[in-house]
Design a protein around this ligand. Structure first.
Ligand code: PMV
Length: 378
């Protein structure tokens, strides 16, 4: 039985890809000989504050988004590249997840490779052995595509750096660019801190093709910001994000949503600069609920919150009112709740989670994380 998985790029798809390739990101001429090499990266997940929901065919977003890069929720990926003789347009790879040969993620990786082969044609000369694992439990309902796709993209870029002459700035920019092709939100996991992805009049440096770190003039109140992830549902996602994004094409509120998201980007930037945490809580919660209202108003419609999600949301709002502690929630496209709060209130908020919220979590499970510094090569 063949060990490797063969990816075929069908001729029509190849022609289409070739026509659409963005010149800047096609790898440069090979200037070094590399026969066998291995690279390992750990890359974190990220949580959006202004959500990306709705995309174009080329995996560019319908509206810009801003996220916090996390720290402990991460994927570690190693890729062993071994030179092979190959004259076809096939990328040879095998995949191990948490030590076991894996077939369930294969289709996604095959699609990813066929979409990036035009940008990284050197991959055709190698057999790839990919070994990956997540820091968070497999069935915790935490989306791992951002951390997984960014970790894999960084390993690929490490090989490109070995083979061609590229500087660090391009290394990370292209890592974000190819991560986006794998999973849109993954492009925001390449840099630490706070990330912006998309185009917007307030961001002259912004791009739909990759994300950029927002580093200047952020209030110190957001340094080391915490994110406690309550595991309300461990099940597989009820609707994949690809299907969710597609539903936005016919959602009756989509145009107004894209406008509101742009306005919220401007508002959030002012808040991140001023450090007004009450405004931060209101905006972030409104974004999370809007994301879910879009799913509820799509055809077919989805209710992705569980009764426990709503109970937790109400208790967080009550706690914020009673304690005056600026703690708020945000949600992904699922039932789990992310609780965001400043580091100096950690003790009070963690006590509150333990006493009042953990009962709503599967096996009382929650993960304590914080804004991180971004991926690390290991
Ligand atoms: O990257 P995708 O295609 O899995 O989409 C992620 C969408 C949300 O997580 C719901 C929002 C976001 O901006 O991350």
């Amino acid at each position: 039985m063949p060990q490797g998985v063969r990816v075929r790029v069908s001729p029509p798809a190849q022609i289409l890809l070739h026509l659409m390739l963005i010149q800047e990101f096609i790898s440069k001429e090979i200037s070094a000989e590399v026969n066998e090499v291995s690279f390992s990266w750990e890359s974190p997940s990220n949580i959006a504050l202004v959500k990306y929901w709705g995309k174009n065919l080329d995996q560019t977003p319908k509206n810009p988004s801003i996220s916090f890069t996390l720290s402990d929720c991460k994927t570690t990926t190693s890729v062993l590249f071994k030179k092979i003789k190959n004259t076809s347009k096939i990328i040879d790879f095998e995949l191990f997840f948490e030590g076991e040969r894996n077939i369930s993620f294969r289709t996604k990786i095959e699609k990813f490779f066929s979409s990036i082969v035009g940008y990284c044609p050197f991959l055709l000369n190698y057999h790839l052995t990919i070994s990956s694992s997540n820091s968070f439990p497999h069935s915790s309902g935490i989306a791992s595509s951002a951390s997984a796709m960014s970790a894999l993209s960084l390993c690929i870029m490490s090989l490109e750096k070995e083979l061609t002459l590229i500087d660090d700035e391009f290394f990370y920019k292209k890592a974000s660019f190819i991560s986006r092709i794998g999973s849109g939100s993954a492009c925001r996991s390449i840099y630490g801190g706070i990330n912006f992805w998309g185009t917007h009049s307030d961001f002259s440096f912004g791009s739909d093709l990759y994300s950029t770190q927002i580093s200047k003039s952020i209030s110190s109140k957001f340094h080391n910001y915490r994110d406690a992830i309550l595991i309300i549902d461990e099940g597989k996602k009820e609707v994949s994000s690809s299907v969710g994004h597609e539903l936005m094409n016919d959602n009756p509120f989509s145009q107004i949503r894209f406008k509101l998201a742009k306005n919220n980007i401007s508002k959030l930037m002012k808040i991140l600069e001023s450090g007004n945490l009450n405004e931060f809580c209101n905006l972030v919660e409104s974004e999370a609920l809007m994301l879910h209202s879009l799913m509820m108003s799509s055809t077919p419609s989805y209710v992705l919150m569980k009764p426990a999600t709503l109970s937790v949301i109400n208790l967080i709002r009550e706690f914020r009112k009673d304690s005056n502690i600026p703690v708020c929630f945000t949600l992904d496209a699922g039932a789990n709740v992310h609780i965001l709060f400043p580091e100096n209130f950690s003790q009070e908020v963690i006590n509150f989670i333990k006493k009042k919220l953990s009962v709503f979590c599967v096996k009382q499970k929650y993960i304590l994380d914080f804004i991180g510094t971004g991926p690390k090569q290991i």
